[in-house]
Design a protein around this ligand. Structure first.
Ligand SMILES: [Zn+2]
Length: 256
């Protein structure tokens, strides 16, 4: 399995990172994609090594980290990192109107710059979206010239929004929220094509049931993977194979 969204580099894992990695491996996680919060995330990512787990770096500025003034060199800085062979995606970026709508225009501008860079380097964007779905999809629509790929991370949209995202060329990141009772995400997911889905944890956030409320870690992806297997009436092996293949294709990494 590939965890396509994990902030495993954060200090929250400093104390027991080896054990976390070991559990990931035992759960079948062979690769972990690391979206950045901001540029300070990158040196933290570069410290991670494991003989049996591949760590994949990405660069970006999370919408909640966007400041009143967008740095004039944001595009150049993103290009510098994301253009490198050992960077696999652009993000995380996107829009978040839940915490604050004060800097909506700045968030949009930053998101636009990330999209531009993603098209230039031909790597997927990782989209964070919270209470901003309409604007997010509209912006992807504007930016889509046939070459933009990406993941709607932590997908929790409606069926119609999910279909629109797929029509716009996005993939859906399925995380812990799909296991939550009452969230209804599972019912929506059931009506969308599994071939367009990738697994993710968003560790240390959003732990799946039955670990809800605890610090999330890549090993817990097995609960989300089991949920997807139940939803689609597939075996765990089939879900692992399908989602892994999709992620490998999207991130252009060698097939396992
Ligand atoms: Zn994230």
């Amino acid at each position: 399995m590939l965890d396509t969204h994990s902030h495993i580099y954060l200090p929250k894992f400093d104390e027991d990172r080896d054990a976390v990695n070991q559990r990931a491996l035992e759960a079948g996680v062979k690769g972990i994609f690391m979206p950045a919060i901001d540029f300070d995330s990158i040196p933290q990512m570069e410290k991670l090594h494991h003989p049996e787990i591949n760590f994949y770096k990405m660069a970006g500025v999370h919408p909640c980290e966007v400041k009143e003034e967008i740095p004039g060199d944001l595009e150049d800085e993103l290009l510098e990192f994301c253009g490198k062979d050992d960077f696999y995606g652009v993000g995380e970026t996107g829009l978040d109107y839940y915490w604050s709508t004060e800097l909506v225009e700045q968030q949009k501008e930053s998101f636009r710059i990330h999209c531009k860079v993603a098209k230039q380097v031909q790597k997927p964007i990782i989209i964070h979206n919270r209470e901003s779905t309409e604007d997010m999809l509209e912006m992807i629509d504007q930016e889509q010239d046939g070459s933009l790929t990406g993941i709607w991370h932590c997908f929790n949209g409606s069926l119609e929004e999910g279909r629109r995202a797929l029509d716009l060329g996005l993939h859906l990141g399925i995380g812990g929220v799909a296991t939550f009772k009452n969230a209804g995400v599972d019912k929506t997911v059931a009506q969308l094509p599994v071939e367009k889905m990738v697994l993710e944890t968003d560790a240390p956030y959003l732990s799946p049931t039955p670990k809800r409320g605890k610090r999330n870690e890549p090993a817990f992806m097995k609960f989300t993977s089991q949920k997807l297997a139940d939803i689609f009436g597939m075996s765990l092996e089939e879900i692992d194979a399908t989602t892994t293949e999709t992620a490998e294709r999207l991130f252009k990494i060698p097939t396992s």
